[in-house]
Design a protein around this ligand. Sequence first.
Ligand code: HEM
Length: 272
Amino acid sequence: METMKSARKDDTGDVGRDLSEQLKAVTQQIHIQAENTQLMLSYQRGQITLPQYKALLCSLYMIYKALEEELDRNSSHPAVAPIYFPQELARLEALEKDLEHFLGLDWRKKVVVPAATLRYEQRLRKIGEESPELLLPHAYTRYLGDLSGGQVLGKITQKSLGLSTPDGLSFFSFPGVSSPNRFKQLYRSRMNSVELTEEERAALLEEAVTAFEFNIQVFDDLQKMLSVSTETADQSEGNVVKTGLFPSTPIMQFTVGLCVALTTIGMGIYAF
Ligand code: HEM
């Protein structure tokens, strides 16, 4: 019986799989690892604390600032243009709002991130500069994650922190996306429309795994940073992201886009 064989063929005549399917397949294992980091496990158990959430917001801020600035700068690149959805997806303003809510008006002075976050940020800057097509797997990893598990995490955060209003939770809300599932479908089809050489495709799939690794390292570093901080933190303040909590600790200060390295501590906690 003649059935409609729907296996699509790419230009070389080989049976090809969609990039979206390949990305999902290649990151399946490491997604499980990411879900099982201490920080994400605490999350899923509803045990996220305010210091943890504030620290996570600081790191997400640095990551999205780099990701979105690089996407903006490369928005007409052929591998970026189809997946460039600033109206629907951009998180930077939401993160700024949430940070202001939790850290106050002078939140910029209080942003502290671990070394892994800086490495992630540097990677994003480098690929934005040298190989913008690799921004695609980074955007995929963060945005499709935010539109998937991230939705549940938003509700859990609200409950865990006992917040009665949505203030401080803008990160999880996508007012420009009415149906996350439909949007994910659109995003996948846009990713699939990007023309790539076999080499580019392989590099891109590898970078998706790297993007997950960066996230895992950030979560692990945050966990370490918080366990050190809680030992030294002023309990009444309960705020681990204040530079003042490390009075004798060498830190890196970041002022108006300028990174002035003062000194670093062994574990690598940075204030901006
Ligand atoms: C508590 C932790 C997490 C939970 C419970 C979770 C859960 C989920 C769920 C339920 C989906 C939807 C699967 C589907 O529609 O087939 C998903 C997809 C996804 N998640 Fe997560 N996730 C978590 C952490 C993460 C992290 C840390 C990242 C990366 C930074 C991530 C990235 C993704 C991506 C990229 C997708 C889309 C996969 C695809 O359809 O291609 N997730 N996640």
